[in-house]
Design a protein around this ligand. Structure first.
Ligand SMILES: NC(=O)c1ccc[n+]([C@@H]2O[C@H](COP(=O)([O-])OP(=O)(O)OC[C@H]3O[C@@H](n4cnc5c(N)ncnc54)[C@H](OP(=O)(O)O)[C@@H]3O)[C@@H](O)[C@H]2O)c1
Length: 215
């Protein structure tokens, strides 16, 4: 698949690493083109068949899946700006709309960042919430202590959930389909707690993950 990642920061690196391991073609586009080029250089050529490139926003038009790897407020603005050209495509929201103090969400109760991004993008865009509970460094590795990461996936589009699950599985991760997009509310609340735990005494140094273990 052709994956276009918007942003060239920590999560762009993590998601690109998994997508390349899965043999996908990754294009990074960023508001500072030099940062996209540097990230692509650092990603290099992995063992799989995936290839990475840096490009301008025209990479949105070629993509099967677009990932917004930017802060929530920017993601909402970009979803509104890009929505018309993303009709029919999968748009992944990975954001955690949390206060800097890590003690509250910045979206109102009864909604989520993902639902706001879906509203901004328009109903032709197939918005999926995914990767918000996986810290960037764990994505680069793909596992914690040898255990593949769970990636929780929510969307109102059944086919889009399946496409993102295939992307996740191809990179060696474990997809967990949680159903409709409104479940992004729980995923964002879940991750607020997970983030707050990192800064407590005895925290996990942003190296933990949320996983469902079942017999
Ligand atoms: N870090 C994690 O472990 C983690 C885990 C799960 C989810 N997330 C979510 O992933 C998203 C990205 O986090 P990150 O850790 O990758 O952040 P980051 O390392 O700071 O990277 C953010 C990227 O967004 C770009 N950006 C910022 N404002 C923008 C705007 N208005 N328009 C276009 N691009 C803009 C930045 O560009 P410049 O550098 O040029 O400013 C940078 O490339 C956030 O929504 C976060 O909540 C993060």
């Amino acid at each position: 698949m052709k994956i276009t990642i918007v942003g060239a920061g920590n999560m762009a690196r993590g998601i690109a690493s998994r997508a390349l391991a899965g043999g996908h073609h990754v294009t990074v586009t960023a508001k500072d083109p030099g940062k996209a080029v540097r990230l692509v250089d650092e990603l290099g050529t992995p063992d799989g068949e995936g290839r990475a490139a840096a490009a301008d926003e025209s990479a949105l038009d070629q993509a099967d899946i677009v990932v917004l790897a930017v802060p929530f407020d920017a993601a909402e603005q970009l979803a509104a700006a890009y929505g018309p050209r993303l009709a029919g495509k999968v748009l992944i929201d990975i954001s955690n709309p949390v206060a800097a103090t890590l003690d509250a969400l910045v979206v109102a109760p009864g909604t989520s960042a993902a639902e706001r991004i879906a509203a901004a993008a328009g109903e032709q865009v197939r918005v999926v919430k995914a990767f918000n509970t996986t810290f960037a460094t764990t994505l680069v590795a793909g596992h914690v202590d040898g255990i593949p990461l769970d990636v929780f996936i929510a969307s109102d589009d059944d086919t889009a959930r399946k496409e993102v699950a295939d992307l996740v599985a191809s990179g060696g991760l474990h997809p967990v389909d949680v159903g409709s997009l409104k479940h992004a509310r729980e995923l964002e609340g879940f991750q607020l707690l997970h983030m707050a735990l990192q800064i407590r005494e005895g925290g996990h140094g942003w190296a933990s993950t949320i996983k469902i273990v079942a017999p």
